[in-house]
Write a protein that binds this ligand. Structure first.
Ligand SMILES: *[C@@H]1O[C@H](CO)[C@@H](O)[C@H](O)[C@H]1NC(C)=O
Ligand SMILES: *[C@@H]1O[C@H](CO)[C@@H](O)[C@H](O)[C@H]1NC(C)=O
Ligand SMILES: *[C@@H]1O[C@H](CO)[C@@H](O)[C@H](O)[C@H]1NC(C)=O
Ligand SMILES: *[C@@H]1O[C@H](CO)[C@@H](O)[C@H](O)[C@H]1NC(C)=O
Length: 502
């Protein structure tokens, strides 16, 4: 008996060390996820508040804007959050001439350098999709003139690119067939890609499974489990549409000989609301898409044709923008104008969500540790699990087990011989059953209430061969860099281990 106790304590310590290690690692790692800070709205907070919010409350360290708004560029000074600025479509033809390019930089970039980190200057937005022959003709000349002007101004670190919609491809399915539109492939894209190769800048694309998915393949678009799409030409099996779209772009680049050029995802996202004829535009799908996207990108797995590559990815968008033309376009935001998150509001309100007027408020006084007060690592997307609260009685937990197992949830794992039978205690069995119920019922907070005996945690309670299911993902862009945040997380971790392992 004594040995068993000692062993489990050792186990606990080891786990703690491991988790602490993970915490520290994740806090210092750089994340490839940025956001598009669009401003087609009349109710957004002032740029200084936005910059402060992103800096203090999220792990976002890069934003992309759709103009060169000096107020925004000033707001991000000394934040270490990089800004990608956009040259308006209409300015493209004039920037093909050196004096104009020089004065554009003198006016829009130099006043902000170096206090504001400017990462890319992108020319226009999806110019090829405008079919405007003048803009298309001037696009590359303007890009190279602007790059030369930057070099002359000793701003050599700023790269130049232009975002493309996937409409630049004439075919994209299966991915190996991806190719640029005829007539543009050599005349336009090979030359743009040559510019990128020479200047070591990325080819920027805006893949949107949201706009291209087949309703039959919604799970494929949302990175959820699905049968996959097989590409016979390459022998690759695609399990999500984002990878397929990127690989179609890669195939097109390869056909013109430029597969070595980097790819940056300038925009991607999913709307959380829409008209009745847009049933896929809902909160759950937006959460699923963006949550899985962040996790997928951060995993560093790459795509089937580009393994182990991490694509810098800008989610569209930071805010819901109320002056966009349709309901679905108004609802691409991760946050509402008052900084409250569009998804998972109830959970984020727990502690780290700043109030409407106080995005930069200093951390609140330490709250007593509670399972629901957890703050996952920066930019890390984790699942949510449902476990018993520490105060719950065995009788109440047994009632939960009886209830859950009576609803048709598979309780075999907690029966004798099942992977989660040990430790054979009510609390541990209840954790398994309550979580299984929560996951099976759409992972709404309500489904983890259990008469106040259940609480949501962000750490996987699985142990050994006992795997707790997880279907709900959450977009966690909250920062847990402060000592306070980390302590809360540590307490949560301890609470979960104590609850589940012991
Ligand atoms: C600034 O951000 C970069 C990554 O974006 C990071 O490597 C660096 O440590 C940060 N510097 C400061 C002073 O926070
Ligand atoms: C593709 O992957 C899915 C999901 O992993 C799997 O169910 C399917 O059998 C695979 N198809 C092929 C042809 O490998
Ligand atoms: C990708 O990473 C995996 C695991 O580290 C490795 O086994 C594989 O060889 C890598 N593939 C490429 C193409 O680099
Ligand atoms: C929840 O608690 C109330 C009051 O303690 C009790 O009457 C009720 O039966 C409980 N419900 C369940 C589902 O356990």
């Amino acid at each position: 008996m004594a040995t068993v106790t000692k062993l489990s304590h050792l186990h606990l310590l080891l786990l703690l060390f491991l988790l602490l290690h993970l915490l520290i690692d994740s806090a210092s790692a750089a994340y490839p996820i940025g956001v598009n800070y669009g401003t087609v709205a009349n109710n957004l907070p002032p740029p200084q508040q936005v910059a402060k919010f992103l800096k203090t409350q999220t792990s976002i360290n890069s934003v992309k804007i759709f103009d060169a708004n000096p107020d925004i560029l000033r707001a991000f000074a000394n934040t270490n959050i990089s800004v990608t600025v956009t040259v308006g479509n209409g300015d493209i033809p004039s920037l093909a001439k050196m004096p104009a390019a020089q004065s554009w930089i003198a006016k829009n970039i130099q006043p902000h350098h170096p206090q504001t980190i400017i990462r890319y200057i992108v020319l226009g937005n999806e110019i090829m999709a405008t079919s405007d022959k003048v803009l298309i003709a001037y696009l590359l000349p303007a890009m190279s003139t602007l790059k030369s002007a930057l070099d002359q101004a000793k701003l050599t670190h700023i790269q130049v690119s232009t975002p493309h919609s996937l409409g630049i491809l004439s075919t994209s399915e299966p991915p190996s067939t991806g190719r640029f539109r005829k007539g543009y492939d050599k005349a336009v894209f090979a030359r743009i890609l040559e510019f990128h190769r020479q200047t070591k800048s990325p080819f920027m694309v805006n893949p949107y499974p949201y706009f291209g998915f087949d309703p039959q393949k919604l799970n494929y678009a949302l990175f959820r489990p699905n049968p996959g799409v097989f590409d016979a030409a390459t022998g690759k099996n695609y399990t999500n549409m984002f990878d397929a779209q990127l690989d179609a772009v890669y195939s097109a680049m390869k056909k013109v000989g430029y597969e070595d050029v980097d790819i940056v995802v300038g925009e991607t996202g999913w709307s959380s609301a829409g008209d009745p004829n847009e049933p896929a535009s809902n909160l759950e799908n937006a959460l699923s898409y963006n949550g899985n996207l962040v996790r997928h990108v951060n995993s560093g797995k790459g795509t089937p044709l580009m393994p182990n590559r991490t694509f810098e990815t800008y989610i569209f968008a930071l805010f819901n923008e109320n002056l966009k033309p349709s309901i679905s376009e108004q609802n691409f935001g991760l946050f509402k104008p008052d900084f409250s998150p569009v998804y998972n509001v109830d959970i984020l309100n727990d502690k780290s969500t700043p109030g409407a007027t106080a995005p930069a408020a200093s951390p609140a006084a330490p709250a007593p540790p509670a399972p629901s007060a957890s703050a996952p690592g920066p930019g890390v997307v984790r699942g949510r699990w449902c476990v018993p609260t520490r105060g719950a009685s065995d009788a109440a937990l047994q009632a939960n087990i009886d209830y859950v197992c009576g609803t048709g949830v598979d309780c075999r794992p907690i029966q004798q011989g099942g992977a989660c039978f040990e430790p054979n205690v009510v609390r541990s069995h209840a954790a398994y059953a309550m979580n299984a119920y929560y996951q099976a019922n759409g992972h709404q907070d309500l489904n983890c209430d259990f008469n106040k005996t259940g609480a949501i945690v962000y750490s996987d309670p699985s142990h050994g061969a006992c795997k707790f299911s997880v279907e709900g993902e959450s977009v966690r862009l909250e920062k847990s860099e402060s000592a306070l945040g980390r302590w809360n997380m540590l307490w949560t971790v301890i609470a979960v281990i104590v609850v589940v392992v012991l």
